[in-house]
Structures are given as structure tokens and as C-alpha cells.
Design a protein around this ligand. Structure first.
Ligand code: HEC
Ligand code: HEC
Length: 371
């Protein structure tokens, strides 16, 4: 049922996937195994205390297990260094298409979006390989001084021979090439079945090997209904890979989070989402795109609290209340009050979800957890 999209950056991987070493292991499998080691290696941070997996832990749906109400965003390798955003899952990110401006797309409720895809919540990197080069050097993440420092650590690691086995004897000779190879191996791991499991109850129901409970079934119906409108953006196509996102950008009126260290440091701090990405959106689009974020996947959502780009909500019930009443009844002030999606304004009416319906929606979303 599943199909794999081969992105340009991963072409070199798939082209060579048929080459086998003496043991019969494909180069792609070797590269994925190497990528996994890199993904979990804490030595690749300035204080030898943080790996990609620290903030993207498989046990919590490849999101950060250490975020809390007091610090709803991840701490970096340096104690007390915080980024401004809540770490999204790194699982299923492989399926996000490259960032593009598209023909305007309109939902059935009339909400228009102009942009789609890209890694990070503002789409600023086109693919996983480009993305993977950033955290190592980000001062509020793994905080290495430069690419050479990362390459040096890998070349002195216990798995340096694995790296040479995959990328050749000269693999460490050129810093830029070696750094690209590190990112390529990590991207190969993130593209692997181990990260993109598709083993949730939802998938089992699709495959005919499980059935929803009555509550889950009601939640599913509601999720795709014109009452709750969730599937307008968290789409569930009839065929193909189901990711619960159309990868498009919307402003759903998420409020600022007073517990976000960025807001505590500077109370007027505003995350303008897609408009932070001014190097790639069209000149003149910065105002209209402000406040829009890429619709996230809902796979493993049960495990990835807190929610939203700034971690403002702790529970799925709170998220549903946000959609139901918080925006339409103006109980909250959106972080950026611009082009709020019609689904949330709903002509000034609450969605009108009953307590049991909220329970059902949560029950449905919990069927998206991988085994
Ligand atoms: C300190 C915590 C932290 C570390 C360490 C970290 N990340 Fe992230 N990751 C984040 C945050 C926060 C974001 C969102 C940032 C943004 O949108 O500006 C993110 C975004 C991502 C995304 C994009 C997901 C999406 O849907 O857009 C991927 C993929 C990812 N990280 C993989 C990695 C890899 C690979 C590493 C190691 C090289 C890594 N991360 C290290 C916190 C972290
Ligand atoms: C107009 C498009 C749209 C509609 C309709 C919509 N969503 Fe969302 N959803 C988004 C966007 C965009 C975000 C990210 C917003 C942010 O980070 O500020 C999001 C975030 C979420 C999150 C948090 C994800 C995370 O990883 O933090 C959950 C849960 C969620 N939506 C569930 C729902 C449910 C349930 C419904 C229906 C009641 C719904 N959504 C309707 C676009 C939409």
C-alpha cells in the first residue's frame, strides 16, 4: 500500500541501493544504519550531551520527551539555551514535499493557502538532507562551532570505519563533502521504515486487520465531517499515503505562549511563522503569510505534547476547544491576527462540539499512534 517518493536529494541513495557489499547488505541499508548511529550520537554536540534523538525521541513519537509546561520548547546542548519553537516529530517528515508557491488552494470553507511543503514549521529547508545540516551548528541546539568540528568528531568516532565503508576511503578528506555525507546518512535513516512505521490502529483498520471502537469510529466520522472540519487541512486521501496533512500553510489563530522562553525574554516576541522565511516567499507576501504554519501530521500525536508551534496547549482536549470556541468566541488573542482560517472563525459561531464528541475526536486521534 505504501509508496516511496524519491526526492532529488535522496536520488543518489536509491540509485546505489542495489549495490551490495560481500555480506549482501545493500548500500542503502548500510547508509540507514549509519544514519541511525549519527542520529543517536550525543558526542555530536558541543557539550557531548545532545543528539538529534534528544529532541526527536522514538519513545515520544520522534518529538522531545523533556518539554513541559514551564519550558514548552527544547533546551540545547548548552544549559539554559532555548529555541523559540516546540520540536515537531521527525517521523513522516520524509513525505513533506519541497517548499513551493502553488496556485492558490481553497478549502471547502473558503480558506486560501498559497504555499506548501518544506522542512521546519516555516518550510525553510527543501528536504531532510538540507534540514539535517542545521541543528549541529545551531547555538540553541547542538552548538558545534562549524562543520569541521562535526566532521572531526565523526572521523574520530568508533563508527568512522562504517562511514568509510559507505562513502569511500576519501570520505573525510573534504569537510563540505563529508558534512553532506553525514546529512545524507541521517536523511536516509529518517526515510527508513524504522522511522515511518505506519503501524497504528488506524493503518490496521485501513488494512482490514482491526476495527475501531464505537467512540473511535464516531471520532473518525466527526474528524472528516463539515461540523469539525479537521480533514479540510489534516487530509485523509482515499488512496496513497495518509499523513493527515495537506502540507499547506494556515493561520489557525494560535495564541502566544507566555511560558515560551522567547516570550519570557522579550514579552512582545511574535513568531510570524511562514513570514519568518522571507528568503523564499515572494516579495510582497510577508504581510499576507504572517502567522501561517505548515499543517503538521497527526501521526503519533498522542505522544508529542505539548501542541502547536509554541507548545501552548498540553492536551488534545485543549486543542479541540481551541478549534471549537477559543478563536470563534475570541476567548484568546491570536499571536498574529491575520487571515485566520474560516474553519476557526466559523462565521462567529462555535463548532458546537458536545463533550462526548470531544472525547470521540481524541479517541480517534489516539488511533494514530504507531506500535
Ligand atoms: C534542541 C532540540 C533539537 C535538536 C537537538 C534537534 N532538533 Fe530537529 N527540530 C527541533 C525544533 C524546535 C524544530 C522546529 C524548528 C523550526 O521550525 O524552526 C525541529 C525540526 C526538525 C525537522 C523538521 C520537521 C518538520 O516537520 O518540519 C526535522 C526533520 C528534524 N528537526 C530533524 C533533526 C535532526 C536530523 C537533528 C540532528 C542533526 C535534529 N533535528 C536535532 C528541535 C531539535
Ligand atoms: C485550516 C486548516 C486546519 C484545520 C481546519 C484544522 N487544523 Fe489542526 N492544525 C493546522 C495547523 C496549521 C496547525 C499548526 C498550528 C501552529 O503550530 O500554530 C495545526 C495543529 C494541530 C494540532 C497540534 C499538532 C502538533 O503537532 O502540535 C492538532 C492536534 C490538530 N491540529 C488537530 C486538529 C483537529 C482535531 C481539527 C478539527 C477539529 C483540526 N486540527 C483542524 C491546520 C488545521
Amino acid at each position: 500500500m505504501r509508496f516511496i517518493i524519491v526526492t532529488t536529494a535522496l536520488l543518489s541513495i536509491s540509485c546505489s541501493s542495489s549495490t551490495q557489499d560481500n555480506s549482501g547488505i545493500t548500500r542503502q541499508a548500510q547508509m540507514q544504519a549509519l544514519g541511525k548511529i549519527l542520529f543517536f550520537d550525543s558526542n555530536l554536540s558541543s557539550n557531548n550531551n545532545q543528539s538529534c534523538a534528544s529532541c526527536h525521541d522514538p519513545a515520544t513519537g520522534f518529538a522531545d520527551p523533556n518539554v513541559s509546561k514551564t519550558a514548552p520548547v527544547s533546551m540545547g546542548s548548552v544549559t539554559g539555551a532555548f529555541g523559540n519553537r516546540n520540536a515537531p516529530t521527525a517521523a513522516y517528515a520524509f513525505f513533506t514535499p519541497a517548499f513551493t508557491k502553488t496556485q492558490p488552494h481553497t478549502t471547502v470553507d473558503g480558506t486560501v493557502s498559497n504555499y506548501q511543503g518544506g522542512q521546519f514549521l516555516d518550510g525553510r529547508r527543501d528536504n531532510l538532507m538540507m534540514q539535517a545540516k542545521d541543528p549541529f551548528l545551531n547555538p540553541v541546539e547542538m552548538n558545534n562551532a562549524n562543520a569541521a568540528e562535526v566532521v572531526n568528531k565523526v572521523s574520530n568516532s568508533s563508527y568512522a570505519s562504517d562511514f568509510i565503508a559507505v562513502f569511500g576511503t576519501g570520505a573525510f578528506d573534504n569537510i563540505d563533502t563529508a558534512y553532506d555525507s553525514i546529512a545524507m546518512a541521517i536523511a536516509a535513516f529518517e526515510a527508513s521504515d524504522e522511522v515511518n512505521l505506519f503501524t497504528s490502529k488506524f493503518d490496521d483498520v485501513r488494512n482490514g486487520t482491526a476495527t475501531f471502537s464505537a467512540s473511535e469510529q464516531r471520532g473518525f466520522k466527526l474528524f472528516t465531517s463539515t461540523k469539525a472540519k479537521c480533514a479540510n487541512c489534516h487530509t485523509i486521501p482515499d488512496t496513497g499515503t495518509i499523513l493527515f496533512t495537506n502540507h499547506r500553510y494556515y493561520n489557525i489563530g494560535t495564541p502566544s505562549n507566555p511560558d515560551n522562553p522567547a516570550v519570557q525574554a522579550y514579552s512582545a516576541y511574535i513568531d510570524t511563522g511562514l513570514a519568518e522565511n522571507i528568503s523564499v516567499i515572494d516579495a510582497g507576501d510577508a504581510v499576507s503569510e504572517a502567522g501561517k504554519f505548515r499543517t503538521p501530521t497527526l501521526r503519533n500525536i498522542e505522544k508529542t505534547a505539548p501542541y502547536m508551534h509554541n507548545g501552548v496547549y498540553q492536551t488534545l482536549e485543549q486543542v479541540i476547544r481551541h478549534y471549537d470556541i477559543m478563536v470563534s468566541q475570541q476567548f484568546i488573542t491570536p499571536e498574529v491576527d491575520n487571515e485566520i482560517a474560516n474553519e476557526l472563525i466559523n462565521n462567529g459561531n462555535p463548532l458546537g462540539l458536545q463533550t462526548e464528541e470531544i472525547t470521540d475526536l481524541v479517541a480517534f486521534m489516539k488511533t494514530l499512534t504507531d506500535k
